[in-house]
Design a protein around this ligand. Structure first.
Ligand SMILES: [Zn+2]
Length: 875
């Protein structure tokens, strides 16, 4: 195995909170020695309420994955019963769909049922009052205490759970921020809690809330839902993003409606806010007493601990933040910067100050509103809980503030406004069309979403905006002032840094600098008349990012893209399978069943009852031989082989050939096929470099007769896989990310596809981080002296100049017409090139598959993903 290895970062030191030490205790709360084993759990094989494993897996498959309708389910069960009858009888799987649903409902593992409560308007009501004043609002919620207890006891989170707030240092002055418990907020809250000696030894647990309205649409209309989700801050951020049980739907909030003519009335709007806060306070109230008096709970590692709760960060988009913080729309929920002064950070808002303001200006609500941006009679729900400060708890929201807000709604639109304002209408339209075509013809890349129609689509999703970020910059070069391109590049750099899963002082400094560059270059939109000011709350929020990373750790684990992705499972799919009439009740039942199935899977898994494949499991139990278990892990050995947690060298990436070659060729016929008559010499010089590495003479200078002889056969491959450590992506196990690199003469649509890769040829400090770009002509391997050499023959692209292009900040590379055979261990990963378009407009019939053959010069794209941004040098 050939690895591209970098020396490990120095070992971290950890300073844990001195009082909230998460000591182990027994189920009564008496502390026990730290070396005690966890109390035994029931590990017997018990499939209750299912008859056996096939019944459980069948129920899970048809209900959760396939979402089979009741009618289809009955038919399926009938067919199965008939087959069993033919084969001589036996038990049915389930009688019918009712039987299957009833069995799921009977699952007892971690059952947290949905309950309802009602909230009504309390003011004076007359016969003419609108319905929102006369009818109660129904809120559906699970018991927050029970949900928290269940999550804390989930053995799946063992190893992905922080038991104590801590500070991590990689050097004397160099702090590292990663998960929530590594931030200042957890430490300082733990300090406040520890003022009470009875909490010493307890485990600090921070419920994280997220709320986000969502609309489901059908042709006949649409329905709106307002789910509130809960997670726990102790769960690692990447697990919160990826694990289906790390964020649980806790409640569906009421959405009051008023007749359109009353919608904007202040009285109605105020009621909506009060209803919102009253509801959340009531939903969270079961946790309140455990915020001052610890409660004994079982933890992911099976031990009991005394748990003390503290309301944690709240994930929400800007309109919801306005609601939450009780501020006037247009103001910042975290600081007092006035709407006209949103360029800079203002004095911080905090709970006591807001309360003082409300007391001082009780008789002047207008003054509170105009001068402080505070709504007088909305009391945040957090005021009912100890130590909770809503201004502090509101977290940055990368998805709405950076991706959808600043990038797409602001910058992308402003560019369009600029182009229309500074060109004749016909020319402006032609330019916009060309920008669309430039975007449409970028070369393919793993995970890159294509824009065959350019960017002209109606329904923009967050993922569309993220995809546009990857390809937008080169498309506008030449059509807008350079400073506009630089401004967008600065914002992209800021965004990609903000998405890192771990930060150190250096990345926070880089973020601060990128933001300064963004503010400095942004004025071009004023100078060109596109904007008269930048009083934009979403853009303002960026000034709080660095501080909030220091408080809460990486923002990845707290982004509203987490709650948005949960909508699919909690709202959208359950809604689709409902009858649409009084849908919420049916959706809650579906949610309940999904949670029960998930908890049953966790419990059965913990007991070791779900090992291997179901058929193998049953045949082994019956003592039947001859059924080989399929090797589910085939091809995954690279994941297993990489020890990313070890303290030895950190593996950055591995590029490997597949197990089977496409074909085997003789040296002569491969040389003919590649149009490379000197292939034999190339291989011999390659072997010189491999065998005499460090010799004064390089292979290409060595006399050919002195090079090792070679005439054997050659294995040829169409693909290679590159596996690298990229925890900021939604990655595989242990933060590993895998991509396939291709070199094929005829891809799906008949065009050749020759991917480009980054190749490490020098040191980090060299030009472009010591890397070059190669375009793969072929992957091959051959044997010399009993050693197999995996290689690739590449066309070289070399950097133009000694630094990146000053406008886009990206390196430009050009093919220099030479080829080289390199060892696969030098391949770092795939990379994405985008043509430098210059003055020429893209012809209408131009295909993206031609792009790599058609331009003289390319941008080396830093924005394909966060790992590329991290890997490709910016200086
Ligand atoms: Zn602010």
């Amino acid at each position: 195995m050939h690895r591209h290895v970098k020396p490990a970062a120095p070992r971290s030191t950890f300073h844990y909170h001195p009082h909230l030490t998460a000591r182990k205790c027994d189920s009564e709360g008496n502390y026990i020695p730290s070396t005690s084993p966890p109390p035994p759990r029931d590990n017997s094989e018990d499939w209750t309420p299912f008859a056996d494993r096939p019944s459980f897996e069948f129920a899970e498959l048809v209900f959760e994955k396939m979402e089979t309708s009741a009618g289809d389910l009955d038919r399926l069960l009938k067919i199965y019963a008939a087959k069993t009858l033919l084969d001589g009888g036996g038990d049915r799987l389930f009688d019918n769909h009712d039987d299957l649903y009833a069995t799921i409902d009977a699952i007892q593992h971690g059952d947290v049922p949905w309950k309802t409560f009602r909230v009504s308007y309390r003011g004076p009501v007359t016969a003419d009052s609108p319905s929102w004043q006369t009818e109660p609002f129904v809120i559906h919620a699970r018991d927050a205490y029970a949900v928290a207890k269940q999550m804390i006891g989930n053995p799946d989170f063992d190893g992905k759970w922080d038991y104590r707030p801590f500070e991590e240092y990689t050097g004397p002055e160099n702090r590292r921020w990663c998960n929530l418990m590594s931030g200042q907020w957890a430490m300082s809250k733990a300090d406040e809690i520890a003022c009470d000696p009875q909490t010493h030894g307890a485990m600090f647990v921070a419920p994280v809330l997220g709320a986000d309205k969502t609309v489901v649409s059908v042709q006949t209309g649409h329905s709106e839902f307002h789910p509130l989700y809960m997670s726990l801050g102790n769960i690692h951020g990447d697990v919160r993003r990826a694990h289906r049980d790390a964020v649980i739907p806790l409640a569906f909030l009421a959405i009051p409606k008023a007749p359109r003519e009353h919608e904007d009335e202040e009285q109605f709007r105020r009621f909506c806010k009060q209803l919102y806060h009253t509801s959340i306070a009531k939903i969270m109230s079961p946790l309140k007493s455990a915020m001052t008096t610890p409660e004994v709970m079982r933890c992911p590692d099976g031990h009991f601990r005394r748990v003390i709760f503290q309301l944690g960060p709240f994930i929400a988009d800007y309109p919801e933040q306005v609601y939450l913080a009780g501020i006037v729309s247009g103001w910042c929920p975290k600081c007092l910067a006035r709407p006209s002064e949103l360029d800079a950070i203002g004095e911080p808002r905090f709970r006591q100050h807001t309360e003082q303001l409300k007391n001082a200006y009780r008789d002047q609500p207008g003054h509170l509103w105009d001068t402080w941006g505070v709504v007088d009679d909305v009391t945040p729900f957090t005021d009912q809980f100890p130590r909770a400060d809503i201004h502090e708890m509101i977290t940055p929201d990368i998805l709405h503030q950076l991706v959808k807000g600043t990038f797409k709604d602001h910058l992308v639109s402003w560019v369009e406004v600029y182009i229309y304002a500074h060109n004749e209408p016909k020319e402006a339209k032609a330019i916009m069309d060309d920008i669309d075509r430039r975007i449409a013809v970028v070369p393919g890349f793993p995970g890159l979403r294509r824009f065959p129609e350019g960017r002209n689509f109606k329904q923009w999703t967050g993922n569309d905006s993220k995809a546009l970020m990857k390809v937008f910059l080169p498309a506008i070069v030449g059509y807008v002032p350079d400073q506009m391109v630089q401004c967008i590049a600065a914002l992209l750099d800021f965004s990609y840094l903000a998405r890192r899963s771990a930060h150190e002082s250096s990345t926070l400094t880089a973020m601060t600098k990128a933001l300064e560059r963004f503010h400095a270059t942004r004025v071009i939109f004023e100078m060109t008349g596109v904007r008269s000011d930048f009083a934009l709350p979403r853009q303002h929020s960026l000034v709080h990012y660095v501080q909030n990373i220091q408080r809460f750790g990486s923002l990845n684990g707290l982004c509203s893209s987490i709650t948005e992705s949960k909508h699919i499972r909690a709202v959208k799919r359950p809604w689709r399978r409902s009858s649409k009439y009084k849908a919420l009740d049916q959706m809650l039942r579906t949610n309940s069943r999904l949670l029960k199935l998930a908890n049953a899977r966790i419990e059965f898994g913990r007991r070791g009852m779900l090992k291997g494949d179901v058929l193998h499991y049953v045949s082994k139990q019956l003592g039947v031989d001859g059924l080989d278990e399929e090797d589910e892990n085939e091809g995954d050995d690279a994941f297993d082989a990489i020890d990313i947690h070890g303290n030895a060298d950190v593996v950055q990436s591995i590029t490997e050939l597949p197990r089977r070659q496409a074909y085997v060729s003789s040296l002569q016929s491969l040389a003919r096929e590649l149009g490379q008559p000197d292939l034999q010499d190339i291989i011999r010089r390659f072997l010189w470099d491999q065998l005499y590495h460090g010799d004064d003479i390089a292979g290409d200078q060595a006399p050919i007769d002195a090079c090792p002889p070679f005439s054997g056969s050659i294995r040829v491959y169409r693909t290679a896989t590159s596996t690298f450590y990229a925890p900021s992506e939604l990655a595989g196990p242990g933060g590993m990310h895998r991509e396939i690199i291709r070199s094929v003469a005829s891809w799906y649509d008949g065009y050749q596809r020759r991917d480009t890769v980054l190749i490490q040829t020098g040191d980090d400090g060299d030009r472009m981080g010591g890397m070059l770009v190669g375009r793969i002509q072929v992957f091959l391997s051959f044997v010399h002296d009993d050693e197999r050499y995996p290689c690739t023959l590449v066309d070289w692209l070399i950097p133009c100049g000694n630094r990146p292009d000053p406008v886009t900040g990206m390196w430009k590379v050009s093919p220099d017409g030479t080829r080289g055979l390199i060892h696969l261990s030098s391949v770092v990963r795939a990379c994405h090139l985008i043509g430098v378009y210059g003055e020429t407009r893209i012809p209408r019939d131009f295909r993206f598959a031609y792009a790599l053959d058609s331009f003289d010069c390319f941008y080396l794209n830093r924005y394909t993903d966060y790992h590329a941004h991290e890997t490709i040098a910016s200086t």
